[in-house]
Ligand binder design. Sequence first.
Ligand SMILES: *Cc1c(COP(=O)(O)O)cnc(C)c1O
Length: 400
Amino acid sequence: MNSNDFMKDADKHLIHVYNRFPVIFEKGEGVYLYDTDGKKYLDFGSGIGVMAFGYGDKEYSDALKSQIDKITHTSNLFYHEPLLPAAEKVCQISGMDRVFFTNSGAEAIEGALKTAKKYAYKRRGKGNYEVIAMNHSFHGRTVGAVSVTGTDHYREPFYPLMDGAEFADFNDLDSVKKLVNKNTCAMITETVQGEGGVTPATKEFMQGLRQICDENDLLLIIDEIQCGMGRTGTTFAFEQYGVKPDILTTAKALGGGVPVGAFLVTEKVASDSLEPGDHGSTYGGNPLVLTAVNKSIDIIEGRKLPEHVKETTPYFESILDSFVEKYPFVKGHRGLGFMQGLIIDEKIPVGEILNKALSKGLVLLSAEGNLIRFLPPLIMGKSGFDEMNKKLSEVLDEFQ
Ligand SMILES: *Cc1c(COP(=O)(O)O)cnc(C)c1O
């Protein structure tokens, strides 16, 4: 079957919520993807930040294969072998005390919201359910997660959503302070906003949130589903801000390609929130995905990928600087580590740039605000950045 027929037939059966790029990927190796015609693509999207150590890592796939031969699922009514090391490792790398494993990022957010509500309910009784979220945030597509997502068009068709979500402006502490009242139980923010525009929080903002939470017995939920697991040059981005969350969410790179997420809490929160019967998941943290988590953490930490990101970021940013210098329609860039956005003048739709890049064998993403979003695998080396520079320059030349 030719590729066009394949895509046309697939679109007949799929619910149309994605405008997919016209490519059928077959396999990957390192930082490269290959389509069904054998064409090679340099990957600067890593499956939206998931493929932290690239494609086809032998150590990772051998571990998964051998787990598949043993057992893939038990339910959470039982212990299983990968459970202890995975729980230990994810607590150790995050500095948190306890974890619940989920099947996705959105589910990690759901768990975080339920934990915060239960904490407030236990300590202060009914009615303390308001959550302060940020404009331009992104926390996922389930009803609870979308309720705290700060982009109107993601929420509006689905009203009424979860009650009590209030929106402040990211990096504007005063706008947060104005929303705090006796019904508030928590605030939720990304450390670096991803979908909403690749915007890092300021230190002042994160530390200010921490302070407001401490003063009012509110819980600080930090969503590092996209920016965590080494992407910004430290295992978690919050480490660079001198703050610690009460509840942390992670997913995307956590499992190196299998669907898994987690929410983690401090002992203080754990001892005063969810109890047996309050939460659960049939699949959450099954032996297969936790084998992946164990290997992913071993690889990301063992191969010092956060350090590699930190060392290579100046080189990456110098390439982005050169785009800003060379092309008048490139307005600037922002981000942290291997999570960067290039701001394109509204006159040029970013989608056109991405499609042209794809036909030249370069995978890029977009973000809110007409941004080209770069989320390369954390193993990307200087030669990969050079190749991206060459390919993207050729594309941008066409828009001069
Ligand atoms: C992707 C993402 C989510 C949602 O994760 P899913 O696995 O798609 O449900 C939540 N928060 C942030 C910051 C994300 O980037």
